[in-house]
Design a protein around this ligand. Sequence first.
Ligand SMILES: Nc1ncnc2c1ncn2[C@@H]1O[C@H](COP(=O)(O)OP(=O)(O)OP(=O)(O)O)[C@@H](O)[C@H]1O
Length: 391
Amino acid sequence: MRTTFRTERNVFTNKDVFKEGYDPDEILERDEEISEYIGYLEDALFGETPKNIIVYGNTGVGKTVVTDHVTQMLSSEAERRDEGVDIHVVKVNCGHHTSSYQAAVALVNAMRRDTDREEIGKGYGFADAMDMLYAEVEQREGTVYVILDEIDFLGDDDQILYELPRASANGYVERSHVGVIGISNDYTYRDNLSSKVKDTLQEDEIKFPPYDAAELRTILEDRAEKGMKEDVLDGAVIPKCAAISARDSGSARQAIDLLREAGNVADADGRDAVGETDVDEAVTRVERGRLKDGIRDLTAHGKHILLSLARAYGRQETPLRLKELLPIYERVARGAGSDPLGEHRVRDHLADLTMLGFVEQRRTNKGRAGGQFYQYDLSVDAEAVFEVVSE
Ligand SMILES: Nc1ncnc2c1ncn2[C@@H]1O[C@H](COP(=O)(O)OP(=O)(O)OP(=O)(O)O)[C@@H](O)[C@H]1O
C-alpha cells in the first residue's frame, strides 16, 4: 500500500523513451533502407520533380520513424543549402481519413494548421478539396511531399493518387511540385491500384523487412541506456525480449513494449533488478494489451456479441448455438441502447469474430437424424472483454 509519492523509481530514468511517439535520436539497423530512401528523395533538392515512393513493411518495422527521419533530413538540407528550393512535408493517416476526399481535406487542414489558419469545415466536394489543396501547395512555392500513412485504407477510393502526381503537368500548380510518399503494411497494395493510378504514380518502392533478433537487441540496448538505470537488467532480459519479438513479428514496437512491461513488473514489485521471469509476465501483459486494443476496434454490435459470449462463458453455458446466443445478445444490445440486429447479421458478425480469432466456431454432428449445426465459444480471455466493455 502506498501512502506517499516516490522520489525515485526503481528501474526507469525516463519512461517516455518507451512510448510510441518517442523520437529516437538515432535510427539503428536501417542504414540500407535510409540510403535507398535518400537516393529517391534527392531529386527534390535539385528542384526537380520529386519521385513518388511507397514504403512497404509489416507493423513495427520502422517505416514511420525512418520516413519522419529522412523527410526531416531532406527539408533541413534544403534549408541549409539555401538555394531557393524549399521542401515542405505534410502527413496524414489514411487509417483515420479513409477516402480520397477525407485525405484531401485532412491535408488542407494540416497545411492550414501549419500556418496558423482556421481549418475548413464540411460541405465541399472532392474537386473543391483538391483545389484548396493545390492552393496551399502553390503558396509554399517549393516542393511539398505528401505522406499518406496507412495508404492501403484508401482501398478503391484512390483518386487522390491519380490527381496529386499530375498537379504540375495539368497546370494546377506552377510554382511548386508535389511528391507522394505512401506507407503500407500490405505488400500487395500496388496490385490493387487501378492501372491509371499506377501509370501516373510511377513510384519507387522501399521494402522494410522484419527485424531479426540481433537488430532488435541493438534497438533495445539503446532504449535501455536512455530510459533505464544502469545495471538493472539481468543479461538475459534484452536477448529474451528480442528473441520473442523476432520469432513472433520482427517488430521493434513489440520488443520495446516487452522491455518496458518487464521493467514495469519489477518496478511495481519494488525491485531494482529486472529478470527473465519478468519478461514472461511482460509477454502476458503485452498480449493482453493487444487483445484489448483489438476488442476496442470492433464495431458496437461486434462488442455486444462478444460480450454476450463472454457472459455465457462465465456461466459455463458455452459452447452454444446461435439460437441460444441470440436472446443473450438481444438483452446486451438493448441494455446498451441499440436495436439488436437480425439473425443473419449476427451470424455474419460471428463469422468475422471467428476470423479475427475472438470466437471459435465448431461444427457439431447430432447423430444421424440431427444434422449438422454450429456452436460458438469464446476464444479470448473473458476478463479482457468485460474490462474493455466497462471502460
Ligand atoms: N530502427 C529503429 N531504431 C530505433 N527505433 C525504432 C527503429 N525501428 C522502429 N523503432 C521504434 O519502434 C516503434 C515502431 O516503429 P514505427 O512506428 O516506425 O513502425 P511502422 O513500421 O511504421 O509500424 P506501423 O505500420 O504499425 O505504423 C517506434 O516506437 C519506433 O521508434
